[in-house]
Design a protein around this ligand. Sequence first.
Ligand code: F3S
Length: 281
Amino acid sequence: MEVILAEHAGFCFGVKRAVKLANDAADTHSEGVHSLGPLIHNPQVVNQLAEKGVKRVESLSEIDDGLVIFRSHGVSSSRVLEEAETKGLSVVDATCPFVTNAQRNAKQLVTEGYHVIMVGDRNHPETKSVLGHAGGEILVSESFEEIKGYLNKFPKKRIGIISQTTQTYRKFSEIVVKCLEICEELKVFNTICYATEDRQTEAEILATQVETMVVVGGKNSANTTHLAKICQSHDVPVYHIETAKEIKKDWFTGDKKVGVTAGASTPDWIIQEVVQYLGKL
Ligand code: F3S
């Protein structure tokens, strides 16, 4: 069985940066290093950091002193930074620059008076951080029907659209085109990050060349889940796993080629374990 690994699989620029900042903080501080929420959506990496002393907290109220790291998805509003500074905490901001850019674009659309739509998952921490920084009313949805129903309340339809950075390009462009049909004015910021686009494009091509796809990454990772969905749309069996331990031999009975891809928060060592395990089958 040939195992084909997608060229762009695993850590993206933003995650690499966040993990490096957290490791540097742990190396230079013997104690008192905290991450506000999980640093990235990968339980294995979060556990490794915890072993090095990076303690996960859910709120600043749990910290009295030391250092706090803002995770790659960003924090819920600029007030969090003010609160951390008021408490005298050292702050390491690991917010991905693509998320910061989406926050900025959302704020601009709100300021310019558009009805702002964010194509994404309203429960995701990145979405909450964009909403918190934009400071105005924003509808977060992946359903055009819901967006249309919301916009019907307004006589003038000046629509501003952004996307969650890990959204699929297909879903985002589909909603943009449909909004074009009902608006008077449309302003679009393509805030999908290049790492997401690269991984999605390659996963889509790979899924057409193999008999089975294995997608590696946190079950709580939005971009990994999107990769799995993209592969599923090509009618191949798709297995979303976090580590090689979950692999079952009978998934690949009779297969000649199996494809492997991984989300932007999956570390290289986990991907290599999966590839090596599959290679032995
Ligand atoms: Fe940033 Fe995109 Fe990675 S938003 S954290 S570079 S998936």
